[in-house]
Every structure is written in structure tokens, then in C-alpha cells.
Design a binder for this molecule. Structure first.
Ligand code: SF4
Ligand code: SF4
Length: 124
């Protein structure tokens, strides 16, 4: 079976959690940072991706259709909070927050099959 990545056909976490991070991760503090105009200030220290707060979050950088085909339009510049969020079963470890976001969008928890595996990988 070929290796797959469940995130490419999901996107649920980008339309469920607030994506907040230290302001200096934006282009205001780092030349290759998150485009500042896609963020909004929370306080003197933190900003959030526009669209990720409120009753129906949807990050301004998320394109596509959740559960089918999605992209992060600033993938190479995304914040640490996005880079550090592991899809469930990455390295065999369940991420309940990932599965919770998926559930909120009517998707089932990630299975080994979503990674192109026949069985649960061994945790590292
Ligand atoms: S909810 Fe999980 S599987 Fe879906 S995009 Fe986020 S990390 Fe990937
Ligand atoms: S910046 Fe990209 S990875 Fe982060 S929440 Fe938005 S769409 Fe998702």
C-alpha cells in the first residue's frame, strides 16, 4: 500500500480550533513568517489566524472542501501551532484532538487505512 496522509482529504482542525501564536511568528517579526494581514491581534503578545474564532471557525488560509480535498494556502509559512499539530496515528500515536475536530465535521477517527497501512503502527 502506498503511504498516504489523512490531512490532505480532511482539514477539520483548521475549521475547529483557534490557531493562535506569538506575534513574532508573523511577517511583522520574521521575513518568512505568517502573512501578518491574515492574522488579528489577541493581545500584546499573541495573534490568531483570521477566521479561527467564533461559532463556525474556518481559517482564512484554508481552501478546498473539508473531508474531500483541502490545502493550506500558506503551508510553507504556517505557524508553529499548525506545524506542531500531529494528525492522529502519526508514528502510531492517537491524537484525540485531531479525531475530535474530525468528528465535529462528520468524519470518522483516523484509521491505519487513512495512512495506507493495514494495521495500527507500533508507537515509537
Ligand atoms: S483534523 Fe487531523 S487528519 Fe484532519 S487535517 Fe487536522 S491533523 Fe490532519
Ligand atoms: S494556517 Fe494553514 S494549517 Fe494553520 S489553521 Fe490555517 S489552514 Fe490550517
Amino acid at each position: 500500500m502506498e503511504t498516504m496522509n489523512p490531512c490532505l482529504t480532511c482539514g477539520a482542525c483548521c475549521a475547529f480550533f483557534r490557531a493562535s501564536f506569538y506575534w513574532a511568528e508573523t511577517t511583522a517579526g520574521s521575513s518568512n513568517g505568517v502573512p501578518e494581514h491574515l492574522t488579528e491581534k489577541i493581545n500584546d503578545f499573541r495573534v490568531q489566524m483570521k477566521g479561527t474564532r467564533g461559532e463556525k471557525p474556518w481559517c482564512i488560509a484554508l481552501t478546498g472542501e473539508i473531508g474531500r480535498n483541502v490545502q493550506c494556502s500558506i503551508y510553507e509559512q504556517r505557524a508553529s501551532v499548525c506545524r506542531d499539530f500531529p494528525p492522529s496515528l502519526l508514528d502510531g500515536v492517537v491524537n484525540e484532538r485531531c479525531d475530535k475536530a474530525r468528528q465535529a465535521h462528520g468524519l470518522k477517527p483516523v484509521t491505519p487505512n487513512d495512512w495506507g497501512l493495514e494495521d495500527f503502527p507500533k508507537a515509537a
